[in-house]
Design a protein around this ligand. Structure first.
Ligand SMILES: N[C@@H](CCC(=O)N[C@@H](CS)C(=O)NCC(=O)O)C(=O)O
Length: 316
């Protein structure tokens, strides 16, 4: 279902301003993860407030439990994310999703579509940053270099459909036929990315020497693959660590890199395997939602967290 709030920053109503916007996330959610990554990599921690809704209620959706994140929304003191959706639009009947970008000035939702939020974070706040951190001044090191823009857009669209969404289509297939079709497409897509990474221009990162938006959008799915999707979503034809040497190296390079290009280790710091149950919310069991527990509750229905793989990400 398409997201409902689709405004941009900067635009006539939504200027890029420090401390005006709040990004609501959950660390288990791969769509939120990409926005948390973009925020961290761009060094926007002082510009945009990051708030975690760490739990999910079967009837009312995401809320602030106080276990990992705050016990109330720090802006309005409400308990449920749905209160903010209804504040933005009292008639709203759509899904209450994270990530969600909130504007404190107009007291409304700017956008709740992760692909668009990522673009805004990467490019829309540059006037507030020091000149050397602005995309226009970074040349080939920018997150979406001019000469690669259409290639990155095409790659992102493919990854979105076949991989980011592909694991869900496989995991939640409601017939054997749908499962068979989706798992086959998913692994064909992973094979294609493995092949893409064989090109000298596509190493060490997806588009060469510098981390781009394409890396940011693929990482949350691949980081969860062996740990959650392989078993719990039955995406088990091949494993990243066993069967995709280039993709595995790409994953570990991003995960273990704590230098300036990852703004001090943003890929590792933002990947929370401990975060409660990635899938629990999908089967409508109320609890904290984190990657491993979350997924395990959904798939098996009994909340048992699998032991492996150990370690979650192998050393570089
Ligand atoms: N198109 C959205 C999808 C976001 C999404 O589905 N988020 C999930 C968490 S991983 C969610 O909030 N689900 C709650 C629900 O559907 O009620 C995006 O990419 O931002």
């Amino acid at each position: 279902m398409p997201s409902h709030f689709r405004n941009s920053i900067p635009s006539q109503h939504f200027a890029a301003e420090k401390k005006r916007y709040v990004l609501y996330v959950n660390y288990c959610c791969p769509w939120a993860h990409r926005t948390i990554l973009a925020l961290g990599l761009k060094g926007l921690g002082d510009v945009i407030q990051l708030v975690e809704a760490d739990a999910r209620d079967p009837a009312r959706g995401w809320y602030f439990s106080g276990r990992r994140g705050p016990d109330r929304d720090p802006v309005y003191g409400v308990k449920f994310l749905s209160d903010l959706y209804l504040k933005a639009d009292p008639q709203y009947k759509g899904r209450i999703t994270v990530p969600m970008l909130w504007d404190k000035k107009h007291e409304t939702i700017v956008n709740n579509e992760s692909t668009e939020i990522v673009r805004m974070l990467l490019e829309g706040f540059d006037e507030l940053l020091p000149p050397e951190q602005r995309e226009a001044n970074k040349g080939e090191a920018s997150f979406i270099p001019q000469h690669l823009r259409s290639e990155i857009d095409t790659f992102n669209a493919f990854v979105h459909e076949m991989v980011n969404n592909g694991v869900y289509k496989t995991g939640f297939a409601s017939s054997q036929k749908a499962y068979d079709e989706n798992i086959s497409k998913l692994f064909q897509a992973l094979d294609r990315i493995e092949y893409h990474l064989a090109e000298p221009d596509h190493q060490p990162y997806l588009f060469g020497q510098h981390i781009t938006e394409a890396d940011i959008r693929l990482f949350p799915t691949i980081a969860r693959f062996d740990v959650a999707y392989y078993t719990l979503f039955k995406c088990n034809m091949r494993m990243i660590r066993m069967d995709y040497p280039r993709l595995h190296l790409w994953l570990r390079r991003l995960y273990w890199n704590d230098g300036p290009e990852t703004a001090g280790g943003q890929f590792k710091k933002t990947t929370s395997f401990e975060c409660v149950s990635m899938i629990r919310y999908m089967i409508h069991v109320a609890d904290i939602v984190q990657i491993k527990l979350g997924y395990s509750s959904v798939a098996s229905g009994n909340g048992i967290i699998p032991a492996g793989p150990d370690p979650h990400v192998l050393p570089l």
